[in-house]
Design a protein around this ligand. Structure first.
Ligand code: SF4
Length: 319
């Protein structure tokens, strides 16, 4: 797999990169995002509050009222800034269309940028965690298929791997679409992603496979948008040790005639150790990649599952 295509463009809440744009004049630097992930992606920073014209420092906002239609109110003076923020957000998301984004990383808990569980106060001032920041809400409505995550959740190894897998997949998808929406390209894309889909469960392979089989009966625009939605919905599903173990056994089946008795035994032991929680996923994957090269397995060579993102990110060392 080649990772030297143009960098993946990702939107991000500016304060996560260390910009001093928070209401109190501070930042919320996340070193993994700024120092590690930044080597593979190009960020498009967005600070809704500063870009909508508020100064730094400023009086903080909070969300109040109906979860489906929250108001953004200043905490002390009680001024309602909802319309101003929404007007700006609608314009900004239209502007982001031309940025070719493959995802967005939001700052958690913010009344502008938080994508879920933001504090929302009822009319008696009692908080619940049912709010969504106004910019994040507008963004997700406008780009429902784009991978989105929050800084806090990205400290969970499983969620981090899932998000990064999704942005790399969406980047490959964009690249394929840019070369032209042909049925042949879709079949090739689907073939390369089959085992990745299988790691989410057999249903996702069946559904996407059925759509690809019916490709000739559908206009390309319809076909591609339906496939994109099945693909991105499937990848949102968290993979599990059990699902990965199934995929690893499935891959092993391709070497039936190649592996020596010793090699088979070793591979089964390594998969068993992964299944038992003794070693991370990267160990059986590395051994399988070794056999793919040794026995020159053409179908497996092109499988994204065996190499979904740069090894330097060490994402499968912890899952
Ligand atoms: S959370 Fe959003 S609005 Fe607040 S400082 Fe960060 S980027 Fe700006």
């Amino acid at each position: 797999m080649v990772f030297d295509q143009p960098k993946i463009r990702i939107g991000i809440s500016s304060c996560l990169l260390g910009d001093k744009v928070r209401y109190n004049g501070g930042h919320q630097l996340d070193r993994f995002l700024r120092d590690t992930l930044a080597q593979y992606v190009e960020y498009v920073p967005v600070c809704p509050e500063v870009e909508a014209g508020y100064s730094t420092p400023r009086e903080p906002f909070r969300l109040v009222g109906d979860p489906d239609n929250p108001r953004m109110i200043t905490t002390k003076t009680g001024e309602d800034h909802t319309e101003r923020m929404l007007r700006w957000a609608r314009k900004r998301v239209r502007g982001l269309e031309k940025e070719g984004l493959c995802g967005f990383i939001f700052k958690a808990k913010s009344p502008s940028s938080g994508m879920e569980r933001v504090k929302l106060y009822d009319r008696n001032g009692v908080p619940s965690n049912r709010g969504v920041g106004l910019f994040a809400m507008t963004f997700m409505e406008h780009f429902p298929f784009l991978p989105v995550e929050e800084d806090g959740r990205l400290h969970d190894p499983g969620l981090k791997e899932n998000f990064i897998e999704r942005i790399f997949t969406f980047h490959r998808w964009r690249g394929m679409e840019t070369r032209g929406r042909t049925r042949g390209r879709l079949v090739d894309f689907h073939t390369r992603h089959k085992l990745l889909l299988m790691s989410r469960g057999p249903r996702h392979v069946t559904e996407t496979g059925r759509l690809v089989a019916a490709a000739r009966d559908l206009p390309p625009g319809d076909l591609f948008s339906r496939y994109r939605s099945l693909l991105m919905d499937a990848l949102k599903v968290k993979t599990t040790v059990k699902k990965n173990t199934n995929v690893l056994h499935h891959i092993m089946g391709y070497f039936k005639k190649d592996l020596s008795a010793d090699e088979k035994q070793e591979l089964l032991e390594v998969i068993g150790q992964y299944h038992g929680g003794l070693i991370p996923l990267i160990v059986p994957i590395t051994l399988l990649n070794h056999y793919v090269r040794k026995y020159d397995q053409p179908y497996l060579k092109q499988q994204v599952y065996l190499n979904p993102h740069p090894a330097e990110l060490k994402l499968r060392n912890h899952v």
